[in-house]
Design a protein around this ligand. Structure first.
Ligand code: CP
Ligand code: NVA
Length: 319
């Protein structure tokens, strides 16, 4: 089905692997997956069939809401010739106290892969340890690797390279900033994350990023100064001030994060051809002004679309 030798090798190399964190793949492997995603994108747009997962099933466990993750995984499995099942925690026995380990073992007898969106990162790790099929992290409190993979693909499409770029994240020390910093460290992209005091990223995730940056040569830094982060940046990224699970803190956070809004004034410090990125959903008037997110430098809907293509590449490779 029009697969090159390299793509067939990649699909057999990654078969059965989990995808829990962006650093589960090397720079070279991430580039191979992105190249494959670009091919799948072109095939889908040209109406060429690419049913690499005929007869395969993906279970999708959601403990938090989702638009992009749910629709892109479900559509992706369908386009690959397989099917996906949406399992909200309330509707399955996990919600009644069945353990993660038992859930993993049972689903492994029925389906060919599991995608999970949950709270603690340890839940995804426990699921993967107990499943005999690939487990894909669809977001935890600490990581969102599928989003970062789509973001790297978008950067590559827009900038044509990963080399010589400066990436700035302005906002919360959360799942997105942690995974993006690790993703930049793997790819060799210089990365500065600006967060308010008290909202820093977790030390163990910074440590992972530092170790990877030592290998790739990327310069990575956390600061409390948004102007420093965006200075001469090629990419400015932000995310909501209160992630799912932290909504109760929003009023307090609005005060604390006011100086971290990505608006017309802040982006003046970036390169003129900077990309504005956001994983979405966004709240205009909080973490980003409408003029920036709806402006010419914004690529947020390309990022969202690339979730579909890059996850298809992941699914076809792992499942
Ligand atoms: N960016 C992202 O993961 O969006 P959803 O919460 O809609 O899935
Ligand atoms: N940081 C956000 C990302 C949503 C895709 C959250 O966890 O809610």
């Amino acid at each position: 089905m029009n697969l090159s030798v390299a793509e067939e090798q990649m699909m057999s190399k990654f078969k059965g692997k989990d995808f829990l964190q962006i650093s589960d793949f090397t720079k070279q492997e991430l580039i191979e997956i992105i190249d494959f995603a670009i091919k799948l994108k072109n095939m889908q747009k040209a109406g060429q069939p690419h049913r690499y997962l005929e007869g395969k099933t993906l279970a999708m466990i959601f403990e938090k809401s989702s638009t992009r993750t749910r629709v892109s995984f479900e559509t992706g499995m369908f386009q690959l010739g397989g099917m996906a099942q949406f399992l909200s925690k309330e509707d399955i026995q996990l919600g009644n106290g069945e353990t993660i380990a038992d859930t993993a073992k049972v689903l492994s007898r029925f389906v060919d892969g599991i995608m999970i969106r949950t709270f603690g990162h340890d839940i995804v790790e426990e699921l993967a340890e107990n499943a005999t099929i690939p487990v894909i992290n669809g977001l935890t409190d600490d990581a969102h690797p599928c989003q970062v993979l789509a973001d790297l693909m978008t950067i590559y499409e827009k900038k044509g390279t990963f080399d010589g770029l400066k990436f700035a994240f302005v906002g919360d020390g959360n799942n997105m900033s942690q995974s993006l910093m690790i993703g930049c460290a793997v790819m060799g992209i210089d990365c500065v994350v600006a967060v308010p005091k008290g909202n820093e990223m977790k030390e163990d995730f910074i440590q992972v990023a530092k170790e990877l940056a030592n290998i790739s040569g990327a310069i990575i830094k956390q600061t409390n100064d948004p102007q420093e982060a965006v200075k001469d940046a090629d990419i400015i990224y932000t995310d909501v001030w209160a992630s799912m699970g932290w909504e109760g803190d929003l009023e307090e956070r609005k005060q604390k994060f006011a100086a971290y809004q990505v608006n017309e004034l802040l982006v003046e410090g970036a390169k003129p051809d900077y990309l504005f990125m956001h994983c979405l959903p966004a709240i205009r008037g909080e973490e980003v002004s409408a003029a920036v997110i709806d402006g010419n430098n914004s690529v947020v809907f390309d990022q969202a679309e690339n979730r579909l293509h890059v996850q298809k590449a992941i699914l076809a490779s792992l499942v």
